[in-house]
Design a protein around this ligand. Structure first.
Ligand code: FAD
Ligand code: FES
Length: 309
């Protein structure tokens, strides 16, 4: 693992993962077969956990059958509430959480990553908003299934997710900028912000619609903009200047992530940036290689697992 990145699962209940068995742990140099430790990781020692557990891994996340307890159709989106159990719902309430979903009668190649929009921890449910685009999302919603296969919880739906943890945000100012379904991970995060955090939200309603944002963002005051309009981008620049934010979270397509993050970096160079992980994900475990990317400086990373530090 290069020191510019750390594994989103390191030190969690999903660590050590199966990558430890093949010498491919993203964090631990010992588990990569080296004689020395140069991991730079400050959390629980992955090597120690692996050895103490009798060289066993925490096991991959396995899919389970969940019933659809409610469904609601908005313009362009379908929101499903899935019964997943309380423990799962609690784990899914963390910022950046997503799950893989598919119909029980489909093969695993239909697994589609979908962000957790809301959790009902008492009821043991999660809400997800799905936009029909191609084969996986269409198959998922076809005939209004009463059950779905759920695999998760995965934590790498956002890059820089550590800056949205309640502990980090305490006493800070954060701006959320969302477009389309990027609103889902923002809403999950906003619902759980500590009271002393000052949060503002700028939303482009295109592709998700006002009604969806009104219902799921009813407690989160928002300013509606169209990010595609250059004059509105000037408004975002003004907002950044006035707000003096410590964290700017951009949850949109790669194009808008690039544009808004560049703007934020220019206006508020000290601000921490968080953005959507829009990689093509398949296993989510760092194994299949679907999300592999070579960075500008030649590092090969797995975007499902790697978090920039
Ligand atoms: C971490 C993560 C969280 C996600 N959360 C959600 C979510 O909460 N709800 C949701 O609906 N989707 C979400 N997605 C996106 C969803 O997983 C993809 O859109 C998925 O590719 C859909 O599969 P498909 O087979 O239906 O379409 P595909 O065959 O993958 O795509 C069909 C067509 O749509 C285009 N396309 C694909 N993705 C997008 C996009 N995001 N925006 C615009 N055009 C696109 C493709 O270029 C293609 O032309 C998430 C993705 C990730 C990585
Ligand atoms: S999605 Fe399989 S390695 Fe990242």
């Amino acid at each position: 693992m290069n020191l510019n990145y750390e594994c989103v699962d390191a030190g969690t209940e999903y660590c050590p993962c199966n990558l430890a068995l093949t010498g491919d742990c993203l964090t631990c140099s010992r588990l990569q077969g080296k004689e020395f430790c140069d991991c730079g990781w400050n959390g629980v020692c992955v090597y120690n956990e692996f050895v103490q557990n009798g060289r066993r891994t925490a096991g991959p996340r396995t899919a389970f059958d969940a019933s659809v307890v409610s469904r609601r159709k908005f313009d362009d989106l379908t929101v499903l509430e899935l019964a997943v159990g309380r423990g799962f719902a609690v784990r899914a309430s963390r910022p950046g959480s997503y799950v893989f979903l598919r119909r029980p009668d489909q093969r695993e190649c239909y697994d589609v990553p979908i962000s957790v929009l809301k959790t009902g921890e008492r009821k043991g449910t999660i809400h997800v908003a799905i936009k029909e685009l191609g084969p996986k999302s269409k198959a998922l919603l076809e005939d209004g299934p009463s059950r779905l296969e759920v695999r998760g919880v995965y934590g790498g739906g956002l890059q820089g997710v550590r800056y949205l943890q309640p502990g980090y945000l305490r006493g800070k100012r954060v701006l959320f900028v969302t477009k389309g379904i990027g609103a889902a991970p923002a809403l999950l995060t906003m619902q759980r912000l500590p009271e002393e955090v000052r949060a503002d939200w700028i939303a482009d309603e295109e592709k998700v619609g006002k009604e969806f944002l009104d219902v799921y963002g009813q407690d989160c005051p928002r300013e509606s903009v169209s990010l595609a309009q250059p004059e509105q981008l000037a408004g975002v620049r003004e907002r950044l200047k006035r707000g003096g934010y410590d964290v700017v979270a951009v949850m949109a397509s790669d194009y808008f992530v690039q544009v808004i993050c560049a703007l934020a970096g220019e206006v508020l160079p000290q601000a921490r940036l968080v953005w959507s992980n829009n990689a093509r994900l398949c296993c989510g475990e760092g194994i299949c290689g679907a999300c592999t990317e070579t960075t500008a400086d030649g590092q090969v990373i797995r975007r499902c697992k790697c978090q920039e530090v």
